[in-house]
Design a protein around this ligand. Structure first.
Ligand code: XIL
Length: 358
């Protein structure tokens, strides 16, 4: 038989004592409870949903990453797990394993899930890029994919980026496989298919470059306005806002305010602020750069916070920390675009975001 140690005996008698004190509540003096100091977090401070694009492998394997997401954000977007190639790898095969993991994580932790993305010219599996068929066959492919994915997540995913990046920098329609096979009206039909599969889901047109200047911005706003005027079920505009510390406030404000002037919901859907847009391989992070970044984050949040409340769908950063940002690997350069550093610590940019709603 195990010997009960003295320490265990002491613990036992202390807890018995606590128990008997609790029973005589009326007569005993209650110890002052030690309350944890309520820590400021993004989700608790911002008056609109605050999201991050989440990488499912990191969510599974890295507890620092996971804890940070749980603590700071109340909305999540799958960085890659809901894209065509991830969920629909061959014609008759759907694979929702990673997306399910993300949705279950969101449910367990009370987070909203924004779906990204039903139609894009990238992240297409070979079976789609090599697909041979008539216009009707392509239409069926588009419809089947959208409806299978949206119905699968009905009631779990509240909103979708239905069409992503369909406009080019010069304001013309991007010459994507979808435009080639189906003509420009595929965009409106993609929204209708999504709406049929989940009439409650909020549907967004998502793109980058509203802040580049008027050419692309006007083309996107004309597109969404014409969809709206035709009665196509579109609820919002996603401004990706992969931006840079040198972008002018005037351009950033025009991006947000002119999109809001459509009356649609506005999601800053993929926010990050590059510090090294010129690809300087020798650049290092300095506190001076960090401060400039904080000022830019603050400006974006402040401008966003000033549009009508009913149009504030939320702000989502693309990724969580500088360690998992897509920018360094995608552009092959050092960069630090996010409000958390590679050690999961808050940067000046974090305070900049909070200051935007002060
Ligand atoms: C990026 C992911 O972050 C990368 O991991 C992936 O290799 C490529 O796609 N615009 C979008 C996002 O709409 O889906 C992209 O995400 C970033 C640019």
């Amino acid at each position: 038989m195990k010997k009960v140690s003295t320490v265990t005996k002491i613990i036992l008698s202390v807890s018995l004592l606590t128990f008997s004190c609790a029973k005589n509540k009326a007569t005993s003096i209650e110890p002052t409870p030690i309350l944890p100091i309520a820590e400021t977090t993004l989700q608790a401070t911002l008056p609109f949903p605050m999201g991050a694009a989440v990488n499912v492998s990191l969510l599974k394997s890295n507890s620092n990453y996971r804890n940070l997401v749980v603590k700071e954000f109340n909305s999540i977007t799958a960085e890659n797990a809901m894209k065509f190639a991830s969920v629909h790898p061959s014609k008759d095969v759907y694979n929702f394993a990673d997306a399910d993991y993300l949705v279950d994580f969101a449910k367990a932790n009370g987070k909203r899930v924004h779906g990204h993305t039903l139609n894009w010219y990238k992240s297409l599996p070979d079976w789609v890029t090599n697909f041979q068929g008539t216009t009707a066959d392509w239409e069926n492919l588009l419809k089947t994919h959208i409806q299978a994915v949206v119905s699968y997540f009905k009631g779990k995913v509240v909103s979708w980026d239905v069409v992503n990046e369909a406009i080019d920098e010069d304001g013309t329609m991007r010459n994507s496989i979808w435009l080639q096979k189906l003509g420009a009206d595929y965009i409106g039909r993609a929204f209708q298919y999504a709406h049929e599969a989940d009439p409650d889901a909020l549907l967004f047109y998502n793109d980058y470059g509203h802040e580049f200047g008027p050419t692309k911005r006007i083309a996107i706003l004309n597109l969404v306005t014409s969809l709206k005027n035709k009665g196509i079920p579109i609820d919002g505009i996603g401004l990706q806002m992969h931006t840079r510390v040198t972008q002018s406030d005037a351009n950033l404000a025009s991006a947000i305010n002119l999109a809001a002037a459509t009356g649609l919901k506005i999601h800053i859907s993929e926010l990050d602020i590059a510090l090294n847009p010129d690809n300087n391989q020798a650049l290092t992070y300095t506190s001076a750069l960090g401060e400039q970044q904080a000022v830019k984050y603050k400006f974006i949040v402040k401008t966003y916070n000033a549009i009508p409340k009913s149009q504030q769908f939320g702000i989502t950063t693309w990724n969580v920390t500088d360690a998992d940002s897509w920018i360094p690997s995608n552009y092959n350069r050092p960069d630090w675009p996010l409000p958390f550093d590679a050690q999961y610590q808050r940067k000046a940019a974090y305070q900049g975001i909070l200051d935007g709603v002060k």
